[in-house]
Ligand binder design. Structure first.
Ligand code: PXL
Length: 248
């Protein structure tokens, strides 16, 4: 099994493409990685971003797909409308089955995107996606709905779900994930009190892609990814997750 992560580079190793590759590896999947942007950051703050030229991003994707039979993958930080358009075009060209993590802001609060990202993600990327995995804040930006309760999250999931399947992640919803894939399911989970959450959104989307590349159907992949991330948070250090995991 092979998966692809198309995402930004967080040198702290907690989030972004390093975290995705650790997740793929922990779940027994061979990971490939296309870098969309470099960042200078740690768990506390983002200080600089250096986006990669979109032609070069397209070339990275072309060279991987020229050689390797990749079907499943995920996107993370895409930073600009231009990069979103390039990546969306390539997903369509290669018919990739992609889990979209609509990254806009780092856990530390630092921005990881230019303005207008939510509308570019909706306009270009979600049409090509298998599923999108917003947290509450990202779901608000994608749906235009202010989310305070589980009912609000369900409304937002219905709205986003008109474009592709969606799971609104539960870190801000008492641990419950709200899935819309033609119908709403509340996947109830425990909420873990921990500071080791930097990169949890990255790992969640990467784990869904990894499980699906191993043949698991989507809803089960989401449940297993949720368990994987929670175990990783429990065993994390230094504000980040520990994705060590005996292949289950
Ligand atoms: O967690 C979202 C995220 C995604 N991608 C990169 C990041 C972060 C958060 O810090 O740095 C590169």
């Amino acid at each position: 099994m092979i998966a692809i992560s198309i995402a930004g580079f967080d040198p702290s190793g907690g989030a972004g493409i390093l975290s995705d590759l650790k997740t793929f590896s922990a779940l027994g999947v061979y990971g490939t990685g296309v870098i969309t942007a470099l960042t200078a950051q740690n768990v506390q703050r983002v200080s600089s971003i250096l986006p990669i030229e979109s032609d070069f991003i397209e070339e990275q994707i072309d060279l991987i797909l020229e050689d390797l039979p990749v079907i499943y993958g995920k996107t993370g930080m895409l930073y600009s409308k231009e990069i979103i358009k390039s990546v969306s075009k390539k997903i369509s060209e290669y018919d990739l089955k992609i889990v979209v993590d609509p990254v806009m802001v780092a856990g530390s609060g630092g921005s990881l995107s230019k303005e207008g990202m939510a509308s570019a993600i909706k306009k270009y990327l979600l049409k090509e996606a298998l599923i999108v995995t917003p947290n509450v804040f990202e779901a608000e930006l994608l749906s235009g709905i202010n989310i305070e309760t589980q009912e609000d999250a369900i409304d937002a999931a219905h709205k986003i779900g008109k474009i592709c399947d969606v799971v609104v992640t539960g870190g801000h919803l008492d641990g419950d994930n709200i899935l819309y894939n033609g119908q709403i399911s509340v996947i109830s989970g425990e909420l873990i009190e921990s500071n080791n959450t930097h990169g949890s959104g990255c790992s969640f989307s990467a784990a869904i892609a990894a499980y699906m590349s191993k043949g698991t159907e989507m809803e089960t992949a989401i449940k297993k990814a949720d368990i994987f991330v929670k175990e990783s948070i429990k065993h994390g250090h230094w504000g980040t997750l520990n994705q060590f995991w005996k292949n289950k």
